[in-house]
Design a protein around this ligand. Structure first.
Ligand code: PHE
Length: 460
């Protein structure tokens, strides 16, 4: 059968693809979310469980997404339908793509608000507002930002404009260029921060908290949070990577690419954790402080280190860029879908969908001030959006994707795309995709809802 071609162009090289996928993976999830979610869930055991999820569930699903994407060469909704039909199954697989598009829109609506925090912190850092600051001063700065919805709305709007402007421009010109030098710079800066934490933080306490596993601290909710964090951080389960896979030239190794991306992404998260927790403990802060954690700790480091003025500014610039290259992945499935099925231009589609996301962002903005005390199911609106998308929609999407790649697609089809022969590596991937990943996701779901106990498994 003749191969389909992408309607949006292709990545110019294998390196460009690796950079784009790692640009999508490395973002606020690593530097903002990983530390605070790990902190809120007790540290060590959570981290270990997270690493297991990444290796046993995340990696095979990332490979599955890329291979399905490249085979379908369309937006995730159409790709799931077309490949599903080609494999002799139903067109209803398109629903998985639709769920992904929705998840991407929800995630971006809060992601952009947090990226807005980072944007506003570029200003604080550049004006040297952290200089010599203590914990109270830094908390005051953060509290002041959250208190005024208009200020949050301003930064959120600016960030959405940044996102739309790149997506409107398309694959090579928009995406590739940005990622090429940003990722390496961010890694270098994180290492510098780690150096500061080693010498000036309570490094022992930080490492202890992050790496010493006490499984009595890990609840069912905590396991679900670790699973959700693995999906969120790797950008899988919603078709972002599938959409990127659609632009991947034939003959590029999916396996090697996925392994590099998973290592880079996990390395960045651990680096962020190792840089942040020593500061948390050295300053007597609460590791379970929540979403403000890095905004309340890192300024302390910048404010008291040599060259902190420059470092701090650079850090928030890079964090914003990392968020930017991820936000593009969040909106790309929806935009590719609109371009292909509604026949609209890229720029028009990006603007309309961007406006929708922008409006939705107000639910998150108001969760930190006017609607701070408005709770549904014990959570603020922001917490509900985050929980629904990261912990439910992404793992569910990933579950369907791995079932699709492992059970619906013929062995020949996946072997052909993965290009690692039919030997040990392939057998291992297929086993993970067919059995380990789906069963693990299901078990975590059951455990978190308490159903596992109901079936009489597990004591706690
Ligand atoms: N992986 C990104 C991060 O860690 C977030 C993201 C999720 C991006 C899903 C695209 C798709 O910040």
């Amino acid at each position: 059968m003749p191969k389909r071609t992408s309607l949006h162009g292709l990545w110019s090289s294998r390196l460009a693809f690796i950079l784009a996928v790692s640009g999508s993976a490395v973002g606020l999830g690593n530097i903002w979310k990983f530390p605070y979610v790990a902190g809120a869930n007790g540290g060590g055991a959570f981290v270990l469980f997270y690493l297991l999820c990444v290796a046993l569930i995340g990696l095979p699903i990332m490979m599955a997404e890329i291979l399905i994407g490249r085979r379908g060469r369309r937006n995730p909704v159409a790709t799931m339908r077309i490949v599903g039909e080609e494999e002799g199954s139903r067109p209803t697989w398109a629903l998985v793509g639709i769920m992904g598009v929705v998840a991407g829109i929800i995630i971006l609506s809060f992601y952009s608000v947090i990226a807005g925090w980072s944007l506003s912190y570029i200003g604080h850092a550049a004006m040297n507002r952290f200089s010599g600051a203590g914990a109270d001063q830094v908390n005051g700065l953060f509290g002041g930002l959250l208190a005024d919805w208009r200020v949050l709305a301003f930064w959120h709007t600016l960030f959405m404009c940044l996102t739309i402007s790149v997506v409107a421009r398309g694959v090579e010109r928009g995406l590739e260029r940005a990622v090429r030098f940003l990722m390496p710079s961010l890694a270098v800066l994180m290492i510098a921060l780690l150096g500061y934490a080693i010498f000036h933080g309570d490094f022992g306490a930080g490492v202890h908290f992050l790496l010493e596993a006490d499984f009595s601290k890990l609840t069912g909710e905590g396991m679900l949070a670790a699973l959700g964090q693995a999906f969120f951080s790797l950008s899988i389960g919603m078709g972002a990577i599938m959409a990127y896979g659609a632009y991947l030239p034939e003959g590029t190794s999916i396996t090697n690419t996925s392994i590099s991306v998973v290592i880079a992404d996990t390395g960045m998260a651990l680096l962020a954790g190792l840089a942040i927790f020593p500061l948390v403990f050295a300053h007597g802060l609460d590791p379970a402080a929540g979403p403000g954690l890095i905004f309340q700790t890192l300024p302390l480091a910048f404010g008291n280190m040599a060259g902190g003025h420059l470092f701090g500014t650079l850090f928030f610039v890079l964090l914003t860029f990392a968020a930017w290259t991820s936000s593009i992945g969040l909106i790309e499935p929806a935009v590719a879908w609109a371009v292909e099925t509604r026949g609209r231009g890229r720029a028009f589609s990006a603007i309309v969908i961007g406006l929708l996301v922008w409006a939705l962002g107000f639910l998150t903005i108001l969760s930190f001030n006017e609607l701070e005390n408005f709770k549904l199911l014990g959570r603020t609106l922001f917490e509900n959006l985050d929980h629904l998308s990261s912990n439910i929609l992404l793992p569910l999407g990933g579950l369907f994707i791995t079932i699709f790649a492992g059970w619906v697609m013929a062995k020949n089809s996946t072997a052909e795309e993965l290009d690692i022969g039919s030997g040990g590596m392939y057998v291992l991937w297929r086993f993970l995709a067919r059995w380990v990943a789906p069963v693990a996701v299901l078990l975590v779901f059951l455990h978190a809802t308490g159903l596992l106990r109901w079936f009489g498994v597990g004591a706690s």
